[in-house]
Design a protein around this ligand. Structure first.
Ligand SMILES: *Cc1c(COP(=O)(O)O)cnc(C)c1O
Length: 383
């Protein structure tokens, strides 16, 4: 094992030369970042109104193909807002995955709604349409009001939030069809999948609302930032309204017509975001090239390097290996992290955390299987 791990560490080091410690994902600022940030300072429009916020929203529409994009202060708040737009209410249930980053479940909890966990597919790492469909058939019923209810808890199942894990698109068209059948609003957590496509269509636009993150560790970053995309004009208007304290437009008066939020992305961050989005295509190409080199290498070692489904194109945000066992995973993590190569396990599964251990759930054996074996290895854009 040690010799094998030693060789793997050396291979990674060759890909990222001249670094003492190779991080999992470091940002690179090699485009117009400095120029745009300086322009913003010179303009004095550093806050939530400014030309870069508008430009950022236009760029997000171009990239994703969505009709509307709304700049948000971060990805977690984008999810919170998306669930509000989906009309999720206190004590509703929201279907999601246990294999996800905590932000998905936190956003559901901010509303006082409850996550319900279904399993993921091993080949996409994202929500399994089969598990979703089986859970609903077994536990849900359509009531006269048109909504689906959980027969065990009596709660309304209002929305479904699949996540495209590490940038690998899940079977989102099948999930969309199931949600339609049960009148459940589809909200896509596309935080990790900017630049990833499912059957030629950008992730995030299959449901009513999709959300993105521009946190420091994502494929492109603006320090902190998020976005919502939708094709629904009414929802887009509502999103802009709610993210700006629900202030009624007026030249001077402060009148608000709902409980709003201060969720707008500042122009300073949007400047950085625009410069980064200009480089999205070359960044994703760069990352896909690294993934293909990893793939060839790990094939020679008979180690399972995770790849995209045939009909999808992934951004390979975080490269992933599926090792043979939890013990091997621990050995791998210990070796790599003490030998200059950062490696990480997947997040602790949500239903193992004290806040979510009592949530409703389906059989989660694929989630458990993946969580025991998966490790992420360095995936930054290489200069
Ligand atoms: C990064 C991320 C978010 C949101 O992130 P912010 O750090 O709040 O921008 C949400 N969901 C998933 C799955 C993520 O990876």
């Amino acid at each position: 094992m040690q010799e094998l791990f030693h060789n793997i560490a050396n291979f990674v080091k060759e890909k990222f030369p001249n670094q003492d410690f190779i991080p999992l994902h470091a940002p690179v600022f090699i485009g117009n970042e400095r120029k745009y940030v300086m322009e913003t300072l010179d303009s004095t429009f550093v806050s939530s109104v400014g030309s870069f916020v508008n430009r950022f929203e236009e760029m997000m529409c171009e990239i994703t193909g969505a009709s509307y994009a709304i700049a948000i202060v971060n990805g977690t708040n984008a999810l919170h807002l998306a669930l509000l737009l989906a009309d999720v209410q206190r004590d509703d249930e929201v279907l999601s995955q246990s294999l996800t980053f905590i932000a998905t479940c936190n956003a559901i909890s901010y509303i006082g709604a409850h996550p319900v966990f279904v399993d993921v597919d091993r080949d996409t790492l994202g929500m399994s349409p089969n598990s979703l469909s089986a859970y609903l058939k077994q536990n849900a019923v359509r009531n006269e009001d048109g909504f689906s209810y959980n027969r065990i808890t009596g709660k309304r199942i209002k929305a479904c939030v699949p996540m495209h894990t590490f940038g690998f698109p899940c079977r989102i068209d099948e999930i969309a069809t199931i949600c339609q059948e049960w009148n459940i609003v589809l909200v896509e957590d596309a935080a990790e999948s900017l630049g990833s496509y499912y059957k030629g269509i950008h992730t995030g636009i299959f449901g009513k609302v999709g959300t993105f993150s521009f946190n420091g560790n994502k494929t492109v970053t603006c320090g902190g930032g998020g976005a919502i995309v939708t094709n629904d004009e009414e929802l887009a208007k509502k999103a802009k309204h709610l993210t700006t304290q629900a202030k009624v437009a007026h030249p001077w008066a402060f009148v608000h017509d709902a409980i709003g939020y201060n969720y707008r992305m500042p122009n300073l961050n949007a400047a950085l975001a625009c410069a980064q989005l200009e480089q999205l295509s070359p960044f994703v190409e760069n990352k896909r090239e690294l993934a293909s080199q990893y793939k060839s290498y790990f094939d020679t070692l008979n180690i399972d390097f995770h790849t995209e489904l045939n009909e999808t194109s992934a951004n390979y945000w975080l490269n992933s290996l599926i090792l043979n066992s939890k013990e091997e995973r621990e050995e791998f993590l210990t070796f790599m992290n003490s030998n200059g190569v950062m490696a990480r396990p997947v997040w602790e599964l949500m239903h193992h955390l004290s806040m979510f251990e009592h949530c409703e759930k389906s059989d989660l054996s694929n989630s458990e299987w993946i969580a025991d074996r998966l490790v992420n290895i360095p995936s930054s854009v290489r200069l």
